[in-house]
Design a protein around this ligand. Sequence first.
Ligand SMILES: [Zn+2]
Length: 266
Amino acid sequence: MTASIDGQALLASILANPECDTARLVYADWLQEQGQEERAEFIRLSVRRAGFRCAKNKHPSPCKSRGPGAAGGPHHLCQSLDAALDALMPAVARGLIGGYLDWHTHCSIVGSSEVQYDSAPGNKSPQDESIIVSAHRGLVSNITMSFADLLTHAGKLFAVNPIERVAVRGAEPHDNRQHGESGDFAGPKRLEWVGLLREHNRVGVYNIPRRVFAHMPTQLPHDHGQHRFHPTREAALDALSAACVAFGRAEARKRRAVDSEPMSKE
Ligand SMILES: [Zn+2]
């Protein structure tokens, strides 16, 4: 009991200070004490690896990347760290997403640092039922999922993972110029998300669930009501990610508030 409370406190410290390496290393020490040596080592090596400029498993040849404190010049420490992380991945993959094995019963390593969790492996369209995560500095930072999974599981996912980026499977902003609004064809490119007015309305390619859309700020002068416009597809996807992250963190806060209720009543 005490052990899990300590673990939660250490995770909370990471979530509150996602940039802090020390919080992660302290958590790694705690995992080590709990006998979770592989996860502990994965975090330590990942934090160390993040100090190098080259992307994981994408080294120029010869790799001239420098770590913090490296004297300089070509070296291969980053490559040996990558090899060590790849070797640890099979052991840490199942637990990477944290406390989710009750739902995600099947997981597979799909990229050099990506893990896919399937809630219903072997079904007709597993892509629709899966969550793909990638870790940065030892913990899940990026996640790809459907709106349905986000709405259902965000509270739990964001309560234990320092998620910074969300990609929603199948979501594409609407190219507003093709819409045929008078005079719009010659105007600047506008990519649009549309917020649903009601919870039960159909979530679509560019239709955002109401609860997520509520976290999307108004940015451009022609934004109005349930319409948000962006100059590029990238900007639109960034805004959607930011809204999803804000929604997820809010859900996690609600969840913690509910969890702590019985204690505060005492
Ligand atoms: Zn390298």
